[in-house]
Ligand binder design. Structure first.
Ligand code: B12
Ligand code: SF4
Length: 495
């Protein structure tokens, strides 16, 4: 049987990293079947083109991913596939919470982790006994995690560089300088239960890990394939610090130090031994969900283990080890008022400059405590995911209008990525080597692209021109300018 896995596109950005689930499920597919993966974020196909592709490739069954953010695209694709008479199976966090909705577009839905469900669904499909809903009763152990067939993967689709720059590198023989990212998971689950997050409800509060040997075998394969960068997709890579340290030590001992990034919550980054091991094993970046600089906002989303008074110190400790931080902030929590963006930036601009902030609106995802609370309070836009708007507010914030919330997000991005702010941070990096400053500038441009559309050569040239003074700083050999005084947050909008 020929199976197509389709990753729906988010209609905005190019994807720089393969999505893991198709590769994991492919490894769990009995070898008698053939599996093809199409990622809509790198190969944009309209419904007619996809139909042509499915006919040409003689696909018998299509599996489609279901995240809330892209579910409207998943359903549109599923409808066009089924119009061809080809059955569709869907899975993922959104359809796990909304299986009845998904069944209007699919023949069957996998609810929860599908590691064990998928082979069962295939067997039932072949025996013409496919059921509409499959539920994973147990959380799979990751002890026997399969080694994924990365050697058969066409990674070229996922270059981090804009296509025109990648083509230029290839034409001039410098292709090896392309940056490529591979997702690797080492564990699942998180006991912290932040109100807006689906990870604790979906993967559970009990954390499960792959063995160190199993992870290292995959890393060895990636190194052999010339992969240059690994992203550990675990939601909280250091959730069990002794285990994380033992994995990092084993990586160092096995001689597979390679550049990596991961997601770690701020409370776990207080540990200098962990930071040292991260550095020694090749860590160059860490995503930290800081969410807010206001203790009352953190308390409202059950994330009081984040301590705003420690943020600056932790970013500086990471910076000292040349580890960049990507810091996520959420606006729209009940304690947030108009002015929250400016207040947040006032705090952030005092930090050591090697961090890249990302700002989003609070999003009520089905299955989360936040979703339930907003529904009970009649503040939720019904089935907001079916008419998704980038950075749109899908609920009624408590102390702002939805339009004000959207303005706050726009303001935060402008403040953080304006030419003046970037120049200010570059000046404080003056003592650093030019390579470090160049990487910083490139990463700034890339993170800017999360919000500002810049997929064309023209858009990149425009952004480069606006940052010309900051770029000039890359080669300036003058001493760094003084750090701005450390700021202390006060309640937003306080009288
Ligand atoms: C890596 C990651 C990203 C990367 C994605 C890049 C990439 N190419 O993969 C980046 C950083 C870009 C990203 C962005 C976003 N992400 Co994200 N991300 C993740 C993360 C950390 C890991 C995903 C992963 O690989 N998991 C491991 C695999 C094995 O698990 P899985 O995907 O769930 O697949 C299993 C099952 O769900 C099932 N399954 C999944 N699909 C299918 C399909 C079929 C046919 C079948 C049978 C089964 C099946 O089988 C798999 C094996 O059990 C998850 C959290 C998590 N731990 O999963 C969040 C997560 C998926 N992201 C989330 C969110 C909200 C976002 C953003 C909207 C954030 C934002 N504010 O912008 C964006 C939107 C991205 C987009 N598509 O447009 C939410 C999604 C919740 C939801 N209800 O949809 C998650 C769960 C995190 C959370 N805090 O709740 N993300
Ligand atoms: S936001 Fe992070 S720390 Fe909180 S529950 Fe989700 S994965 Fe865990």
């Amino acid at each position: 049987m020929r199976i197509l896995f389709y990753v729906p596109d988010n209609a905005i950005t190019h994807s720089y990293m393969p999505t893991l689930w198709p590769h994991l499920l492919k490894a769990l597919t009995p070898p008698a079947h053939q599996v093809i993966t199409v990622d809509g974020n790198v190969i944009r196909l309209n419904p007619e083109q996809l139909a042509d592709y499915i006919r040409r490739e003689k696909v018998d069954l299509v599996g489609i991913g279901g995240m809330t953010r892209t579910i409207h695209r998943s359903y549109a694709v599923a409808d066009s596939v089924r119009a061809l008479g080809v059955p569709v199976i869907m899975g993922g966090p959104h359809v796990t919470e909304e299986p009845e909705e998904a069944l209007q577009h699919a023949d069957a839905v996998a609810c929860g982790e599908a590691d064990a469900l998928w082979p069962q669904m295939l067997a039932d499909f072949e025996a013409a006994k496919l059921q509409p809903i499959y539920r994973a009763d147990d959380k799979p152990s990751l002890e026997n995690y399969p080694i994924l067939g990365w050697e058969k993967m066409d990674f070229k689709q996922f270059t981090l560089l804009p296509r025109w720059l990648y083509r230029l590198l290839r034409a001039t023989g410098y292709e090896r300088y392309d940056i490529n990212i591979t997702p690797v998971e080492t564990g699942r689950g998180c006991p912290y239960r932040c109100d807006f997050c689906t990870v604790s409800p979906f993967f559970g509060e009990k954390v499960r890990f792959r063995t160190n040997e199993n992870v290292i075998e995959e890393l060895r394969l990636l190194k052999r394939l010339g992969r240059t960068f690994v992203f550990f997709v675990d939601d909280n890579f250091a959730i069990n610090p002794p285990r994380t340290k033992s994995l990092l030590r084993d990586m160092i001992e096995a001689g597979i130090r390679m550049p990596w990034a991961g997601q770690i919550s701020m409370n776990l980054l207080r540990d200098p031994e962990l930071l040292d091991l991260m550095k020694r094993s090749g860590c160059i970046g860490v995503f930290i969900g800081l969410e807010s600089v206001l203790p009352e906002s953190l308390a409202q989303v059950s994330k009081s283990f984040n301590k705003p008074e420690e943020y600056a110190h932790i970013i500086a400790e990471l910076h000292r080890r040349k580890i960049y931080s990507v810091t996520g902030f959420i606006f729209g929590i009940d304690a947030d008022r108009p002015g929250v963006a400016a207040r947040t930036w006032e705090v952030l601009r005092g930090w050591t400059p090697s961090f890249f902030p990302i700002f989003s609106q609070l999003t009520p995802l089905p299955g989360t405590p936040l979703f339930k609370m907003l529904r009970q309070q009649n503040r939720l836009e019904q089935r907001h995911w079916l008419h998704y708007r980038p950075y749109g507010a899908a609920f009624q914030p408590k102390q702002m209008t939805p339009a004000e919330l959207e303005t706050e997000i726009r303001t935060a991005w402008r403040l953080a990525y304006s030419a003046g702010s970037v120049l200010e941070r570059m000046r404080r990096l003056r003592g650093r080597r030019w390579v470090h400053k160049m990487i910083y500038m490139f990463a700034t441009m890339a993170f800017r692209g999360v919000y500002f559309r810049q997929m064309t050569v023209r858009a990149w040239l425009r952004a480069t021109w606006s940052y010309r003074r900051a770029l000039w700083e890359v080669f300036a050999g003058r001493p760094p300018v003084a750090e701005p005084p450390e700021s202390h947050p006060e309640p937003v909008g306080a009288d």
